[in-house]
Design a protein around this ligand. Structure first.
Ligand SMILES: [Zn+2]
Ligand SMILES: [Zn+2]
Length: 335
């Protein structure tokens, strides 16, 4: 099969991805093999290709927003069958036995495996996945529109839960890219008032078009106190203004896997009156299932940009240089 592998991690313009020929993977016990239709291109793939994320396996195939159909079922599978349309996400496996797995917080598992980092992902014609970690996909969205939901969408959804927005509350969103524009739609559908803070004029226009009540500059104060806020921009200097924008008792959740340094906080202005600051780490399978159901139910709108499979390296370079207006998605089957 054709695939892309991380040859030598390094700057994206030096071409860290190599087109390779590999044997089709065979599904082991409890696994299924997927004929890949599309695979989303996530910023984490870029971190991996450039070596910001230390490689865990030489020549790994990246890609963890995989949509396709099951074409072979391994021994002992009971949940999926040939022909099922499924998604393969970032979380490839958890141990199932550590204290976090046992109490419903498998996102904090002490021995997890990740798709496209520990195990080969979806920049390939075929991929395998443990059937318990794959998501059956709702109808109604095309493969290209579905792919970005599998990472950007699920993480944003978890961040929204972590921000503990009360019903009908006021939500602030800092940064408005792939993950934020999906999260905003979930919050709006639940009756929230949404204010968006972002430096990009196009992003502010998109926010207003989706139903946000206001859109202003990245560290501008919102027009009213926030019950909850989510920081999507990986910019630590936004933490103080976001905390200051919270109402008493409000919560700020930081959605990113990376954040630049947070400046010194002023206890009185930023934290007193029971303001809370929280991080978000990966997601549980329950988050994924709940988000995909909600996304389908509200008819979520996804702004996706398809790339032919042969141009995975270009898709990654475009992402690095902010040349993608929406979520980049590799079209693998027939691409
Ligand atoms: Zn565990
Ligand atoms: Zn991702």
């Amino acid at each position: 099969m054709r695939a892309w592998a991380v040859g030598r991690p390094g700057p994206v313009d030096g071409g860290p991805l190599d087109p390779v020929e590999r044997e089709r993977p065979e599904p082991g016990p409890g696994q299924v093999r997927v004929r890949v239709s599309v695979c989303g291109v996530c910023r984490t793939d870029l971190h991996l290709a450039e070596g910001d994320l230390a490689p865990r396996r030489p020549g790994v195939v990246p890609g963890h927003e995989v949509v396709g159909r099951v074409d072979r079922v391994g021994p002992g599978c009971t949940l999926l069958a040939e022909g099922d349309r499924i998604g393969i996400p970032w979380l490839a496996r958890t141990c199932g036995t550590c204290r976090f797995c046992l109490d419903g917080r498998e996102n904090l598992c002490l021995d997890p495996r990740f798709t496209g980092w520990d195990v080969d992902g979806g920049y390939a014609e075929y991929a395998v996945v443990g059937e318990r970690f794959a998501y059956p996909l709702p109808d109604g969205l095309s493969d290209v529109e579905t792919a970005p939901l599998l990472c950007a969408g699920i993480i944003g959804f978890r961040a929204l839960q972590r921000a503990e927005l009360p019903p009908g509350g006021v939500l602030g969103i800092y940064g408005f890219g792939g993950s934020a524009h999906l999260t905003a739609q979930i919050a709006l559908a639940e009756g929230a008032t949404v204010h968006v803070m972002t430096r990009s004029r196009e992003a502010r226009d998109l926010a207003l078009a989706l139903g946000a009540s206001s859109a202003q500059g990245a560290d501008d104060p919102p027009p009213e106190p926030l019950d909850a806020a989510v920081l999507f921009a990986p910019v630590g200097t936004l933490v103080p203004p976001a905390l200051q924008a919270l109402d008493r008792g409000g919560t700020l959740a930081i959605a990113g896997i990376h954040l630049s340094d947070v400046p010194a906080l002023d206890y009185q202005r930023h934290l007193f009156e029971e303001r809370t600051l929280r991080s978000v780490t990966a997601n549980t399978r329950a988050d994924g299932v709940a988000f995909l159901e909600r996304a389908a139910a509200i008819g979520i709108r996804v702004s996706a940009v398809p790339y032919p499979f042969a141009q995975a390296d270009r898709a990654l370079a475009d992402l690095a240089h902010d040349r993608v207006d929406g979520a980049a998605v590799l079209v693998v089957e027939g691409g």
